[in-house]
Design a protein around this ligand. Structure first.
Ligand code: UD1
Ligand code: CA
Length: 506
């Protein structure tokens, strides 16, 4: 496309969007990874060679703050009072009085617009040397939209708003999508001549077409190949409909790119997410933000990933992850919650009812069951016993726990941070580890067990338990202990070879 001309993009985003009934300005409502205006800016980006202006009004501060985040090069222009689309463009054009070349104007509420469509519109406009070109679409239900009125030779005569249209014009199903390309100089001239003589008493941008055509300038219509791209959004019902359409489009694109999506209707992938070939997404899954799923990984069913990386061949099942890194061939879930800065190395496992936060789980290491791992580093090939808590918070500050490589920690441990368990160390089940465990040592930190023989038959006589105990002791031929006798202690972990049974359940 010839880039010799100057191009200015103007996005109209000052309207309130009354029918959204929202404290949030309409253009800031989110839709699969971007706001409405964010989608429009992304669609315009390839065509926007030189500068982008966004007309803001309702919620101007909020919209400007959002622009600073997602499109820092876009310049907000304030339209303090919303006196119509023509008025909005007039204010923008006044802010760039030197503008020449092409001005591309886009309504801020057409989020399904594709970049190729904007580029094609601008190309057609520039190639034809037109004064103004409007993007049109043939739709089944044109209600509420401006109609394209063509002359006898099929050229554009005018664009008429529905409320100002005759019955005959209302029957037209070719509508104005609210996307235009203008010759900057001719646009500026026409904007100065807009009247407010219409049903809303506003300056209509669309009247520029009638004015230019009456002055003998060439005005053109560019018809969108896919009418769904031109759908606007006025209330939350329409927003939900747009979300479903965008979901289907995104899913179809990924499936054509080699990703398996088992249930596209329950799979919601933000436009900002990346997936590789042979990734598999199972049903009821949401992939959001900057998430990436590598090839051969399986994600779902019932997974939400936000800004999370999933490595090649990993499995993530019924899990919620935020800003986490899941390494290649790692396994997560079912029922896991990975919070920010959870980093699972290759073949690591975070299993069932496990929560992690700011935790590195080394290669091949496992946290299989019922645990909280916060502020921790776990080395390679270590196993954390079931029902373990990394006790990271003393009520004032967070502290770190380090577990070495090839360590096996017992079930139901508390690691009271800051604490370190060395390489190859073991800890006994039920331990509250408050002191470092040196490499290769067994850490035991629990009360010793004592059994009081015959207690149930003496203290709970006549119960089913007492009867069962009586039958068991009769069967075993064991003597019934006398009153006050039979207190003895079963060996502690140090005496009994019980630690392998302690450290893990499979
Ligand atoms: C406009 C078009 C209509 C077209 C439709 C497509 C006009 C007169 N009509 O109608 O032909 O079919 O879009 O969706 O242009 N805005 C401002 N400042 C204003 C008024 C509007 O910034 O003073 C912005 C809004 O935030 C919105 C866009 O312009 O992003 C369109 O405004 P809206 O009121 O929705 O125009 P429609 O009546 O839908
Ligand atoms: Ca509208």
């Amino acid at each position: 496309m010839p880039q010799s001309r100057t191009r200015t993009v103007v996005v109209l985003a000052a309207g309130e969007g009354k029918r959204m009934k929202s404290a949030l300005p309409k253009v800031l409502h989110p839709l699969l990874g971007r706001t409405l205006v964010g989608h429009v800016l992304a669609a315009a980006a390839p065509a926007a060679a030189d500068r982008t202006l966004v007309v803001v009004g309702h919620g101007a501060d909020q919209v400007a703050a959002h622009l600073a985040e997602v499109a820092p090069d876009a310049v907000p222009v304030l339209q303090a009072e919303q006196r119509g689309t023509g008025h909005a463009v007039r204010i923008a054009v006044e802010a760039i009085s030197d503008a020449e070349g092409t001005v591309v104007v886009l309504n801020g509420d057409v989020p399904l617009l594709r970049p190729e469509t904007v580029t094609a519109l601008v190309e057609a406009h520039e190639t034809a040397g037109a004064a103004a070109t409007v993007l049109a679409a043939e739709v089944a239900d044109p209600r509420g939209l401006g109609r394209i009125v063509r002359d006898a030779r099929g050229g554009l005569e005018q664009i008429v708003e529905e409320r100002d249209a005759t019955a005959e014009q209302r029957a037209i199903r070719e509508i104005n999508a609210g996307i235009y390309a203008f010759d900057a100089r001719l646009l500026r001239g026409a904007l100065g001549k807009l009247s407010t003589d219409n049903d809303q008493g506003e300056e209509y941008l669309t009247d520029v077409f009638g004015l230019l055509s009456a002055a003998g300038e060439a005005v053109a219509v560019h018809v969108a190949a896919d009418a769904t791209e031109t759908l606007g959004c006025n209330d939350r019902v329409e927003l939900a409909a747009l979300r479903r359409l965008l979901r289907d489009r995104v899913n179809a694109d990924w499936m054509r790119a080699g990703v398996s999506i088992l249930d596209p209707e329950t799979t919601w992938i933000d436009v900002t997410v990346r997936l590789e070939r042979d990734a598999l997404v199972d049903q009821n899954t949401q992939l959001r933000g900057s998430s990436v799923v590598a090839g051969g990984a399986t994600v779902g069913p019932d997974v939400t990933l936000i800004d999370t990386m999933v490595g090649a061949g990993a499995t993530v099942l019924r899990a919620h992850a935020v800003q986490a890194e899941i390494g290649p061939e790692a396994s997560v879930g079912p029922y896991a919650y990975l919070r920010p800065k959870s980093r699972l190395a290759r073949k690591a496992k975070v299993g069932t009812f496990v929560e992690t936060k700011n935790a590195a789980v080394g290669e091949g290491s496992k946290v299989p069951h019922l645990s909280y791992v916060g502020d921790a580093t776990i080395g390679e090939q270590s196993n954390i016993g079931a029902a373990t808590v990394f006790v990271n918070y003393d009520g004032v500050a967070k502290h770190h726990t380090t577990i070495g490589s090839h360590a096996r920690t017992g079930a139901d441990n508390m690691f009271v941070a800051p604490v370190t368990v060395g390489d190859g160390a073991y800890t006994a089940a039920g331990s509250v580890i408050i002191k470092d465990v040196p490499p290769g040592a067994l850490g035991v930190a629990r009360g010793e067990q004592r059994n009081i023989d015959g207690w149930v038959e003496r203290r709970r006589p006549g119960t089913a338990a007492a009867e069962a105990a009586s039958r068991a002791s009769a069967g075993a031929g064991a003597p019934v202990a006398g009153e006050g006798e039979g207190l003895h202690v079963v060996g502690g972990a140090g005496e009994r070879d019980s630690t392998s049974g302690d450290t893990a359940i499979e």
